[in-house]
Design a binder for this molecule. Structure first.
Ligand SMILES: Cc1ncc(C[n+]2csc(CCOP(=O)(O)OP(=O)(O)O)c2C)c(N)n1
Length: 310
């Protein structure tokens, strides 16, 4: 482990993204040979395009970013994009992205997960990713159902909607995901929707540059199984909160705006604070360390400890 009095730690993804500006990548650099298998009109196409566009606009090359995927329709993006990718288990993308971000805080890490993965299967991980403020971006593909397993209700399916697994509507109350996130004292909350690629790209660029856990709720059209928040519904109800003077520094106003989706849905960067250090910046033993944990990995002979069990 290398310690330096002068440095507060290894360079951050923010610094790296700046230095990447010397020579830019292109959308073609993130291309993959694999054909897309999403349904016609699936919002995943828009989110996939916005993700690549954000990386290109930040001048990040495919080998300078880690893209982590959960299991689901959205997770199928993992073989439709160039770059270093990690396709994990259902509901487990957050801990694996957190581990990668902690091991090497100098590279941007982006995790993609569905609402089923995030608010049912892996909801415990979401709680701790927000409160720990690990430094990475989380793109929550919010199609309000379990897409890959053919339209089961998720915790975010709207009340009274008939789904394949619940033909009479869900008996439980729909989880208020934004209220839940705000209750955990987040440092970055944004909302985009899959029909506005330019706005999603801008949100993602800000999220990648954020010095902590960036939660991005991407409302996603799912024409096959979600018959309520359709592309047309999203187009009619979503508006950019910045155009109405929203100040993302105001926690209480941001929370109220995020939760109130009755008549209109506010999008854009809803809340951001840079006042809270990221998890790895609070670790006392890492203070002044200029190397990353990845650089410190070395082969250790464990035989002397194993002798104790002989
Ligand atoms: C531990 C575990 N539980 C359940 C499954 C089955 N499974 C695979 S995808 C999926 C639903 C995915 O829904 P969501 O996370 O919302 O993503 P989407 O397909 O909508 O993008 C389920 C239940 C699994 N693969 N692993």
């Amino acid at each position: 482990m290398m310690k330096s009095d002068a440095s507060a730690g290894p360079p951050s993804p923010l610094d790296s993204a700046r230095s990447y500006g010397r020579a830019g990548s292109s959308m073609q650099d993130f291309a993959s040979q694999n054909p897309c298998t999403w349904c016609d009109g699936c919002g995943d196409y828009g989110i996939w395009t916005a993700a690549r566009s954000a990386l290109v606009d930040l001048h990040i090359w495919p080998w300078q970013v880690l893209l982590c995927y959960d299991v689901g329709c959205h997770g199928n993006m993992s073989d439709k994009i160039g770059g270093y990718r990690f396709h994990g288990l259902h509901g487990r993308v957050l801990p694996l992205a957190a581990g990668a971000a902690l091991a090497n805080p100098t590279i941007p890490v982006i995790a993609f997960g569905g609402d089923g993965a995030s608010f049912s299967e892996g909801v415990g991980h979401l709680v701790h990713a927000v409160r720990s403020n690990y430094r990475f971006t989380f793109v929550m593909h919010n199609n309000a159902n379990y897409g890959l397993t053919t339209g089961q209700a998720s915790a975010l399916t709207w009340q009274d909607q008939k789904m394949n697994s619940s033909p009479n509507g869900i008996p439980e109350t729909t989880l208020n995901s934004m209220d839940f996130i705000f209750s955990l004292q987040p440092t970055f909350v944004a909302r985009g929707w899959s029909g506005d690629i330019a706005q999603m790209s801008k949100i993602l660029q800000a999220a990648i540059r954020h010095r902590g856990f960036a939660y991005v709720d991407m409302l996603q059209a799912c024409p096959t199984y979600n018959k309520f928040a359709t592309h047309e519904w999203l187009m009619q109800h979503c508006y950019d909160a910045a155009t109405e003077g929203h100040d993302p520094k105001n926690f209480e106003k941001a929370r109220a705006l995020a939760v109130d989706t009755q008549n209109r849905v506010a999008t854009g960067i809803l809340y951001q604070t840079e006042d809270v250090p990221a998890f790895h910046e609070r670790l006392k033993p890492r203070e002044g360390v200029t190397t990353t944990s990845v650089q410190e990995v070395k082969i250790v002979d464990t035989s002397r400890w194993l002798k104790a069990f002989e």
